[in-house]
Write a protein that binds this ligand. Sequence first.
Ligand SMILES: *Cc1c(COP(=O)(O)O)cnc(C)c1O
Length: 356
Amino acid sequence: MSVCSIKEIKKRVAEFPKKAFIHLPTPFNKLENLTAELGGPEIYIKRDDLTGLAFGGNKSRKLEYIIQDALDKKAEVIVTWASLQSNWCMQTAATARRFGLRPILILFKSYDLGPGLDGNLLLDYILGADIRIREAEKGKVVSAEYAAEIVAEVVNEVKEWGHKAYVAPLGGSRPGGDMKLPLGAISYVAAFAEMLEQASALGVDVTHVIHSSGSGGTQAGLLVGAKALKEDCRVIGISVSDDKESFGREVLAIARGTVQALCLKLPIGNEDIQVMDEYLQDGYGIINKPVAEAVRLVFQKEGIVLDPVYTGKAMVGLIDLVRKGYFSKKDKIVFFHTGGTPALFPYRDKLVELLK
Ligand SMILES: *Cc1c(COP(=O)(O)O)cnc(C)c1O
């Protein structure tokens, strides 16, 4: 069942210009050993950790469009913000440098990690990003209001230098700052189409897509892709940062904006949004034994590295749902690997302790 053809969706997405600089399509394959281990439905993986920008990840897809937007707006500096070990910030800095822009990153420290430059923060440093660290509440992504205050200060500073800044919103998800359209989500409508083509080529009838959800753009894009191209495919977002009600509202708003930007006639309602927040546990960036064990299991069984903050938690969700009998044996599940692997290293002490 589909409202649109893949060709039509590709045509609509192509109206939004992008700098094509990452490796697409990313690989798609079956996780044979994990499927056997869990004994449930067939599990496939979409390797968006292999986009080829820095250490890969979902932010690379979004940034193909966002960097084009910044260049079109004649920006010389990109300003963005997120948490201390943010994949988004590191990927933005890498993209900015690649296209000759200067990155300023406002990084909010909301969890305890060892001191020193490590993981994404080390990569930010190597890139020569202008790094501004601020404190934030534990286990939470920084509030929009507090972030906006600091961003405004930085933008003023850039103006005083006589340079033009492009403010990219957190995660490249909800339109804001200088990004007026849901470009990140649009890139994930294309990702859904890309995955569907690969699955069809293998004769796989995808029933569920499951992935880690943080700022909502990925889920909104995948959902719009599913609504347009394969209505019976459910998109399940495992929240790593927010409760399901407020997160669901965020995804719905971005998804509706995406439908509008693509001039599609797709009604999207609350019933389409499936966010699970039970795997969030103690909050954003805080890990526990199931997360460490999921990271180990997928590494041992498949040779694929997950990260503790996003994909590890989403995998805890997938494993738990399979074990609880949430899926039927005939279902075909696609796990989107959204990247984030540099964050593994700052968690070394916790991972070792949890895996003892
Ligand atoms: C940002 C991120 C996500 C979540 O994507 P959103 O579009 O922000 O919801 C998932 N996984 C990783 C590794 C990320 O860096």
